[in-house]
Design a protein around this ligand. Structure first.
Ligand SMILES: Nc1nc2c(c(=O)[nH]1)N[C@H]1C(S)=C(S)[C@@H](COP(=O)(O)OP(=O)(O)OC[C@H]3O[C@@H](n4cnc5c(=O)[nH]c(N)nc54)[C@H](O)[C@@H]3O)O[C@H]1N2
Ligand SMILES: Nc1nc2c(c(=O)[nH]1)N[C@H]1C(S)=C(S)[C@@H](COP(=O)(O)OP(=O)(O)OC[C@H]3O[C@@H](n4cnc5c(=O)[nH]c(N)nc54)[C@H](O)[C@@H]3O)O[C@H]1N2
Ligand SMILES: [Mo]
Length: 759
């Protein structure tokens, strides 16, 4: 195309499809995709972000690493993050990196390379950064991997024990569709809400944003909606708001269960036929086994919810067709396994699991694809190969691993040992945004000899690497957009030339692979367009076998997008219906074949932080047991963007940084803080700046600061942008799940008077 042509094409992203207009080789404007009923505004900053001065323009190597070699002892004087970078030509930088990977694998073995490399990267089936780095490291002899996710680690550990299936299988294939809920549910009880700001996003994309539309429909149909969450805004307007102290949902669920038990409102037949272990659990519930009945009065003090309200809610749940939903946030907390398990027990007691619109659902609203009625399509996956190294850590235990090589730890019934990591390779994630207790991560990050990062932008993680390779963004390369739970297949055209010397992750890995003698293995003789064509043909074949016709790639290029005929109420799910009908004939894959209210397997692990049935254990850091830091910090996902992506352009907007912290008027008044005031949030782990949004939409005693700001500490270590992870605690949910427990965090708040110390 000629340089001054103005072209508009549709492209895809994790937050949906949108139109991009390019002019003179630059992204000039972004406009909504016409078929999306509720397009996400996240791409508004795209033109500014893609062309931002903060882009990594050339391969860059940290000066002291270059001068002194890997593992140089000077890290104490100039830790990663405080050193200058030297820009090098591609050939030289690739030679250095390939030599260094070869050195580490020869002298310490592949089990000293960490390639867990967590992150969302960007959408697009072929250029997905994580698939790229994993395939590359597999070809190179393997790497230490990571398992589960920051999103749902505790759920992924507990759900198979309870329902006998992988959590993701439950999520995508065994939950009520929105259509089924609209038709059948009468009472929707939402623990942690169902937040449309989160359903803007889905892994790989969500073209048709329909959560709000469904809630309008629920309201029209008179479906009662109850939002049990610290913030009113956690569910669409019109829901009844029941504020709950964060981390106390298990106590609330136990009290609801207690009412069902004592008022004989439970389905004993369902429990006998479809569940196991109720008698043992009910001895705990009634206090027979521990002397403490889990009454509504008991829960009132823990949850902040009046006992009478709990009692009434339990009766209403027993009377109506009730769907209990639980947001993912509940399990990103200490003992995060418990509310997930207890919600399943509560649903089993109500006896509606397997009935349309009843039972239990996890993660509605957390991502846009959940609940959407779309037939499954398969394929378009860049093969990662096999990992010859059989070591993986729970994903959120990265700092523990780097700080404690050789130390044993427990994980879901196994005793594992942290490996001794010499080289970290990160591609498509931003741990210095997403990990907890960032000052601790910063210390841990000084341990490896070498850190290599691919990034389009100079994020806090890129700034803390030894070798940084500039990566392209999706708008600088061709790809295919398609995702689970979406019906759209989108050709993502290359819209502009790469910024600076940026290259595709695939091309960077191909060149490293050639230098390391594994070129043929990694590329199989294909360049990126060869791979896209190859994967696309496989996708066509797979789906033809299922009767879904996919046009040729040339035609898709021409048409830009197509809406595949895979949507519709006929694909609505009937979760657990067959099991409910005939639990012996269609058993679950648990040891008992039933829903496990008591799990002998978990019991035998002997974990005091995850016993054999759902149990209330007050978190170590929790409002009920705090003196010094009286406010509970929740750190939800940002509504205006995806994690830390495109942040540099948002930070440029007047008044946007530091980030807003939502505070109840009572807490603000007590500290002399007014709406809009600069404030500092602090605890023993760190300090960050923020600006106060004083609002009655958050319950007293709780403050909310979204994730997403880049970590930019000043000389005193105070984060200037408002990243909650300088405050959050870095500990596993329990020995079972070892997940991220960011939501268990206490802080205090003060006006920002410019004094670097805390009051
Ligand atoms: N306190 C607290 N912390 C949390 C959470 C919380 O609730 N509270 N939530 C956690 C959760 S659930 C998650 S998922 C994580 C999210 O954490 P991350 O997934 O790490 O966040 P992103 O900002 O999406 O990071 C993606 C990075 O990849 C880069 N990138 C984009 N495209 C490409 C590409 O093509 N190639 C390369 N090489 N790089 C690319 C982006 O610039 C960005 O820096 O945060 C976790 N952290
Ligand atoms: N716009 C946007 N959408 C996103 C993302 C994004 O970055 N931006 N990230 C995506 C990702 S990776 C994920 S994992 C999902 C996460 O989806 P979720 O985990 O469901 O969402 P969060 O925003 O972390 O939390 C939702 C709400 O839970 C409430 N909450 C916190 N702790 C508790 C508690 O103990 N009890 C109760 N009852 N409520 C509590 C908080 O008030 C919070 O606002 O979101 C996805 N969607
Ligand atoms: Mo996530």
């Amino acid at each position: 195309m000629a340089m001054n042509d103005s072209v508009t094409r549709v492209t895809s992203s994790h937050w949906g499809a949108f139109r991009v207009t390019t002019e003179n080789g630059r992204i000039a404007a972004v406009t909504p995709f016409e078929n999306d009923p509720c397009p996400s505004p996240i791409s508004g900053v795209l033109p500014a972000a893609v062309h931002h001065r903060n882009r990594v323009r050339k391969p860059s190597v940290r000066r002291r690493w270059l001068e002194n070699g890997p593992g140089e002892t000077g890290l104490r004087d100039a830790p990663r993050g405080q050193d200058a970078f030297v820009e090098l030509p591609w050939d030289e930088a690739l030679d250095i990196a390939a030599r260094e990977i070869d050195r580490v694998r020869a002298s310490h073995g592949n089990e000293s390379i960490f390639g867990g490399s967590y992150g969302w990267a960007s959408a697009g089936r072929f250029h997905h950064a994580l698939g790229q780095v994993h395939r590359f490291l597999n070809c190179a002899g393997g790497y230490v991997a990571s398992v589960a996710s920051y999103s749902t680690a505790a759920a992924q550990a507990i759900i198979p024990h309870v329902f006998g299936m992988n959590f993701l299988k439950l999520l995508w294939g065994n939950q009520n569709a929105w259509t089924t809920i609209a038709k059948n549910t009468r009472l929707l009880v939402m623990f942690g809400g169902i937040n449309p700001k989160n359903s803007q996003v889905s892994m790989g994309g969500v073209t048709h944003h329909e959560t709000r539309t469904w809630f309008d429909e629920f309201a029209r149909r008179g479906i009662r909606r109850i939002n049990i969450a610290p913030q009113r805004t956690d569910a669409p307007d019109g829901a009844e708001w029941v504020p709950v102290i964060p981390g106390s949902d298990t106590a609330l669920m136990l009290a609801l269960a207690h009412v069902l038990e004592t008022e004989e409102l439970l389905d004993r037949d369902f429990l006998a036929r479809c569940a196991t272990g109720y008698p043992r659990f009910s001895a705990y519930l009634t206090g027979e086994s521990d002397g403490r009945p889990k009454t509504p009065e008991w829960a009132e003090g823990l949850t902040g919810i009046p006992a009478e309200l709990i009692r009434q809610l339990a009766r209403d749940m027993a009377r109506e067709r009730t769907l209990i939903t639980v947001s993912w946030s509940l399990q990103r907390a200490e003992h995060g396994e418990q509310p997930y398990w207890m919600a399943a027990v509560l649903a089993a007691m109500l006896g509606q699991i397997g009935l349309p619109g009843g039972g239990i659902g996890y993660g509605y609203g957390a991502i846009g694809g959940v609940g959407v009625s779309v037939r499954r399509t398969d394929g378009l996956t860049f093969p990662q190969g096999c990992n010859p190294v059989d070591i993986a850590i729970p994903v959120a235990r990265i700092a523990d691993m780097l700080l404690n090589p050789g130390t044993p730890f427990d994980f879901n019934g196994r005793r594992l040992t942290y490996p001794d990591i010499r080289l970290v390779y990160w591609c498509g994630g931003n741990p210095f945004h997403h990990h907890q207790d960032l000052h601790r991560l910063h210390r841990a990050w000084q341990c490896p000899e070498t850190i290599i990062v691919h990034e389009p932008w100079w994020t806090a993680t890129a700034k803390r690497a030894d070798i940084v390779f500039p990566a392209t963004t999706p708008w600088e390369r061709e790809d295919i957009g398609w995702a689970r739970g979406d019906s759209y297949l989108i050709h993502m055209p290359k819209l502009i030339e790469p910024m600076g010397d940026a290259r595709n992750d695939y091309d960077i890995f191909s060149d490293l692979a050639v230098r390391m003698g594994i070129g043929e293995q990694f590329t199989e003789g294909r360049d990126s367009s060869g791979w896209i064509g190859h994967l696309y043909r496989q996708f066509q074949e797979n789906n033809a076998a299922r009767g879904i016709e996919i046009p040729d790639l040339e035609e898709l290029r021409e048409r830009n997008w197509i809406d595949l005929p895979v949507r519709g109420p006929e694909h609505a799910l009937a979760p657990f219906a067959a099991f409910r009908e005939d639990p012996e004939g269609a058993p679950l894959d648990t040891p008992s074949g039933k829903i496990e209210i008591f799990s002998a397997t978990i019991d035998e692990f002997g974990y005091d932080d995850c016993p054999g049935h759902p149990t209330w254990m007050p978190p170590g850091e929790w409002r009920g047991n705090s003196g010094r830091y009286p406010l509970h910090l929740v750190s939800p996902q940002p509504g205006d963007k995806l994690h830390s992506q495109l942040e540099c352009a948002i930070a440029d907007l007047p008044g946007e940084r530091p980030a807003p912290v939502t505070v109840n008027p009572a807490d603000a008044d007590a500290r002399g803080i007014r709406h809009g005031d600069p404030v500092k949030l602090y605890n023993a782990r760190g300090i960050c700046l923020a600006r106060a949004v004083v609002s009655g939409d958050i319950m007293p005693g709780v403050v909310a600061l979204s994730t997403g700001s880049w970590f930019e500490p000043d000389d005193n270590g105070t984060d200037t942008q408002g990243n909650p992870n300088v405050l959050t605690r870095d500990a596993g949910t329990s020995r079972l799940g070892q997940g991220c427990s960011a939501h268990s965090c206490l802080v205090d708040l003060a006006p920002d008077d410019g004094d670097p110390t805390v009051p």
